[in-house]
Design a protein around this ligand. Sequence first.
Ligand SMILES: NC(=O)c1ccc[n+]([C@@H]2O[C@H](COP(=O)([O-])OP(=O)(O)OC[C@H]3O[C@@H](n4cnc5c(N)ncnc54)[C@H](OP(=O)(O)O)[C@@H]3O)[C@@H](O)[C@H]2O)c1
Length: 340
Amino acid sequence: MSSKTYRVVQWATGGIGQASIRHLVENPSMDLVGVLVTNPDKVGKDVGAIAGVADVGLAATDDRDEIVALDADCVHFAPLVPDIDMVCRLLRSGKNVVSPLGPFHPTEYCRADVEKIEAACQEGGVSFHGSGIHPGYAGDILPLTLARLAGRIDRVRVYEFADFQKHPSPWMERMGFGRDPEELAANPSRPPEVINHFAQSMAMIAEGLGKTIDGLASETEFAIATKDITHAGGVIPAGTVAGQNYAWSALVDGKPLITFHTIWTVGHEDMEPAWERVDGRYRIVVDGDASLELTLDDKATGGNWTAMAGLTAIPAVCAAEPGFVTHLDLGVVQPRGLVR
Ligand SMILES: NC(=O)c1ccc[n+]([C@@H]2O[C@H](COP(=O)([O-])OP(=O)(O)OC[C@H]3O[C@@H](n4cnc5c(N)ncnc54)[C@H](OP(=O)(O)O)[C@@H]3O)[C@@H](O)[C@H]2O)c1
């Protein structure tokens, strides 16, 4: 594993795919050998230009057969929408796959997909790993790693913070900001089934702690703008939704053991309730004896944690026994080519 160069394909060139290309062309342990695009304007373009860096002498293709026929160790599969049949085809062709779309952990919600993937892995003699920042890191391997420092664990809480005044999004209205709170409650931007996606990470924590989840619970709270709030893309009118707090809990022995909070705001002032202001993107809190807390923040813009969580796992995924592999199978992942 230490001296191998990994031949990697990037599937799709959205935000994550472009960050992946920028990393793969810099990392001496990785060779970017193919890039699949769906956007016709990108077909035939140098993939460096697509990712905003110098040309690398590799043209993007929309030909799936060409990618399947490539000699490659791993595909970083990051399109907008899942395509389990395509993932299985790549696996059967003998390529490992890491993907921020998951699945991440075999729960009832994704069992049928995991079974298909497992069969394709066995046929191709390769492995699949669901990667990413959340699910994939902040709400599974990170709290599990911290758990080793506590003598007793009563509760694990994972907070994800996003301030859209600092990081504008083109999807503000679709996400629920500036909408009437009652209308948003009736037509939520995060439908109830989203909990099942993140519950895969909760199941990984529970399994890592030797427990089984026996139920899920969810609560949503909105913060209302007390006056007009301006952001890069417009204005959140007074009286409309300026903050959203989604709390999803996994129950063990009838009590919440793990809770994931997603706290989205547009700024921090001028809304009610005014939730605690946190400098950081994730906070992990372990309540117990002794309680502990960790805040994860980035020191500069430009990084992409979701891309890196997948790419750094490639050596471990390629070395794993064939099959669907989670963090519980991979253990301590040993990235390659980062120190250079
Ligand atoms: N686990 C995690 O932590 C995590 C975090 C963030 C995102 N994600 C997931 O990762 C995926 C990629 O995220 P992103 O931020 O890179 O998304 P994005 O910027 O919206 O880009 C997605 C890319 O997918 C391709 N695409 C567009 N429409 C498509 C369609 N109908 N079918 C198939 N492909 C299509 C396009 O690729 P081309 O331009 O190359 O044609 C597009 O650029 C998403 O599914 C997202 O939910 C996971």
